[in-house]
Design a protein around this ligand. Structure first.
Ligand code: IMP
Length: 193
């Protein structure tokens, strides 16, 4: 079965394809000759994920899905949340985003945070959402060189290493994105039976 991912990020496409190999062929907007950056104008991860998948479905009528992720920090009332990619301004810049986060948390005793991913799937015209969450803490300075985004300052609960100090497979096993993709994959595989 072919499933279209409303993204132009080929790294994400490969990650999902790895999990669904054999049963599903994951294609992207690029495979449709479409290079659009779908505007993310929603106020929540749920809305943005839905907005992206609706664009693809309404334009092409194909079975498809989209994801949206944010870092939600307790002491910042859930910020940067849906604005995680461009927290320090446009265009998005990981280094500036992390600087801004550390600055805004300078005097905060509460360091609790979570990454949250929402995937929206449309098959046969029906929508379903899947959520993946990982809870952790924001530390005071960067540690580690792997990963991207806020990885160097995020330590998942039960660990002493940041996401940026973990091997990719270890991060994928416990991460928000890994959890949401496996929920989505389980649903697809069980509804195929
Ligand atoms: P997206 O919705 O997957 O594009 O993620 C939005 C933003 O959230 C990214 O630009 C990153 O700043 C941040 N982000 C998403 N996933 C991760 C992650 O696994 N580690 C660190 N930062 C992430």
């Amino acid at each position: 079965m072919k499933l279209y991912f409303a993204t132009n990020n080929l790294h994400k496409v490969a990650e999902v394809q790895k999990i669904l190999i054999g049963d599903f062929e994951i294609l992207s907007l690029k495979d449709l000759g479409n290079t659009i950056e779908i505007p993310e104008t929603g106020d929540t991860l749920e809305e943005n994920s839905r907005l992206k998948v609706r664009y693809l479905y309404d334009t092409y009528g194909l079975d498809c899905f989209a994801d949206d992720t944010g870092l939600e920090v307790e002491a910042l009332s859930g910020a940067p949340g849906v604005h995680s990619a461009r927290y320090a301004g446009t265009p998005g810049d990981d280094r500036k985003n992390v600087d801004m986060l550390l600055e805004n948390l300078k005097n905060a005793a509460d360091r609790n945070a979570r990454f949250r991913t929402v995937i929206t799937l449309i098959t046969d015209g029906r929508e379903k959402q899947f959520e993946g969450v990982v809870n952790g803490k924001i530390i005071n300075e960067r540690r580690g060189n792997s990963g991207f985004g806020y990885d160097p300052v995020f330590v998942p609960n039960g660990y002493v290493t940041t996401f940026a100090e973990m091997a990719e497979e270890e991060k994928n096993r416990i991460s928000h994105r890994g959890i949401s993709i496996r929920k989505f994959a389980d649903f697809l595989l069980s509804s195929k039976k």
